[in-house]
Structure formats: C-alpha cells, structure tokens
Design a protein around this ligand. Sequence first.
Ligand SMILES: Cc1ncc(COP(=O)(O)O)c(C=O)c1O
Length: 407
Amino acid sequence: IISSTTIILFTMSSQGSGKDVSTSSGMEDSIHSFKAADLVIELSQTHKAKPDLTNLVFGTVFSDHMLTIEWTNAGGWQKPHIKPFGNLSLHPARSAMLYAVQLFEGMKAYRGADDKVRLFRPMLNMNHMAKSAEGLPAAFDRAELVECIRRLVQVYLEWLPQSDSASLYIRPNSLGTERSLGVKKPSRALLYVILSPVGPFFSTGAKPVSLWADSKIHQRGTGDCKMGGNYGASIYAQHEAVDYGCQQVLWLYGDDHQITEVGTMNMFLFWNNEKGEEELATPPLDGIILPGITRQSILELTRKWGEFKVCERYLTMADLCCALKEGRVKEMFGSVTACVVSPVGRILYQGENLHIPCQEDFPQLASRLMKELNDVQVRWSQTLIQCLFHVGSTSFNSTRVCPVRHV
Ligand SMILES: Cc1ncc(COP(=O)(O)O)c(C=O)c1O
C-alpha cells in the first residue's frame, strides 16, 4: 500500500507574477469548507487494465475512481468521498442541465524523471475555479480541494507512467443541482473530480492548425470563467469552421475584429511589432480572455528569458494582416494545458487564406516553449520552479480485493 512515490505541488519561480500556493488560513478561515481530513475513501473492487497511452484519444479514458463532494444551502458541505468511478444520478430538472449552471477546470499531474508525481501549479487552477464560482454559492477552501485531489491522484499512481509525453489530466467540475425550473442561485451543488490518463497529444506529429476567423458569435460575458455555457454556445461556430475547411475558430471581438482566443486556447503572436521590436504578444485579461495557466506560465518564462519584448496588448485582424503583408510575423500559436502549445498555420478571414509562417511543423519559439515547459513538468527543471511542499504518498495496490474505508 505504501509506495515511495511522492506527489509534489509546484509552482513557477517566485519571480513570476503569481504566487501559486496560498495556505488555507487567512481569507479562507471564514469559509465553511469541506475538509480533506474528513475524506471517505472507498476503493473499487474491480480495476480496469492499464491503458495503452500511445493510442489514447484525449479525454476518452477515465480512472477507476472519482472524488465527489455534495453541498446544500441547509446542510453545507458533506464529507468528501473518493469512490469507484460511476454515472451520476441526476434529477431531470437539475439547473446544471437546464441552464448550464456548471463550471470546471483542467489541470495535470506528471510523473517526473525522478519518479515523483507532481501537480502542475494546482493553486492557480483553484484560484480560477473560485473566480468562476463567484456568482454561485458553495465557496470552498482551495487548499482543501487541492489536498482532496492529491489524495485522488495517489489512488491512481501506478497507472501513471514516467514519460515525457504521458500525463494525467484532472477535471474538477462543479454543478448546480437545484431541482427546480426557476432560474436562480442553486441551493444544492455537486463538486466532483475525474481523472483521465493522456498520451502524447500530437501522436502523429504536430501539424499547425487552420483557423476560421469568426466575428459574429463572440460576446462579452463570462469569457474569463470556465463555465459550461461558454463552451456549449461555441460548438455551432466550431461546426462552421469545419464546414469552411478549418480545424478551430479564431474568436474575434468588436467592430475592429480584435483577436481574442483560438478554439479553447489562449493566443500568442510572435512578430516584429509596428515599431520594429521583436515581441511576443497576447491579448490582455480584460474579462473576455480566459486567464489560462499555460498562458501565465509562458509569460513568466519568456519574461525571465529577457530575449524579446513580452506584451499583453490588443491585437486586431488589421494589425495581423498588415504585419503579414510586411513579412513581420514569425509565429502564431495557441496555449492550453492539454497540449501546451499548438502552432497556427493558416487563418481563413473574410474569404482570404492568410498563411502564417511555419517553416517547420513546430516553429522555433513554440518548440522551445514546449520543451522548457515539459522540462518543468517532467524533469522539474530547478532553474524555473521551486518546490513548495512535499507530501507523503499512498499508492493503491492493484492486488487488493477488499475495498477499504478511511474515515
Ligand atoms: C477558452 C479557453 N481559453 C484558454 C484555455 C487555456 O487555459 P489553460 O492554459 O489553463 O489550460 C482554456 C482551457 O481549457 C480555455 O477553455
């Protein structure tokens, strides 16, 4: 039952703009949160075979266990449970289903070259999740949820191989479970976390993506939150992109067609700007843009390099078209936890194909970022990050047949 594997939560260098880990004391003292110390762990009696990570389609295979925590206005948070993975039983009028009262996060665990398992910047995800949940009741202590997630990952340790390309995708979700047709703040909620092992994202080699630049659908609202409604509403445009022979949507905003995000990724442009300065630019966090953890990590990393200007600024399609005409664009790419960076090769805009320079399939800066972030995640490059705390580990023993319950 006890293995030598350790799960570590880690952050980028403290020189970066974000301090990843806060303690549960202080501002969260007033929150009546669930506590990881109350975890009830019920292990599955049957186990799936270890997945073949080389052929996995992203997000289609799940671990044997999940974490669930229920909340009601009257009773507060119940004890967190780690239990066998299974379907949820939902009342047909649950507000998550009727009105998309739902939010989620996406984060990852990696097994490093030293055989230790690490969660990548989990507190940034918790901060973002707490922000997405601001309008909803059921506040929780972020450090307590990280600890519950750490315990869930521990159950899965054996299944997570040491690999530069394999990792464990962690999906925390929160659903409004109000049983009513009224549109209102839910008086019941379910927070649950599922795990999905993932293999190499670019299994057949990375190919730059093509984008359909869409100015019709994007609207100000909850773009900076990971709320279900944002994603459901985007699917129509995604289908349209495919009809136009493109893979993703480039979301444009406003009359001047500001470039905002690429599919479900933050967007970066590496170019010589209007003043001739070499610059890595990404739109600022003004309420429309999702404050991605990968985006923040790329900004911190490239600012640390100090080799070119790094800027959070507005970019319009007119800026991009002009720069392309003048040969000032070097690279364009999206950033997201799932694949880290994804180069852009073509944009279909107002009937014209704009070709983004991509001499190689994975252009220079995108490749370097991919490698350096991978070094942080898997090789735990000491130059970039500092460990905040080590925690002991328990790994699930696959030969065990009886479920155990720790109360
Ligand atoms: C709309 C959107 N933008 C950007 C991102 C990238 O965020 P992260 O780097 O935290 O994965 C995501 C991730 O799911 C997203 O949904």
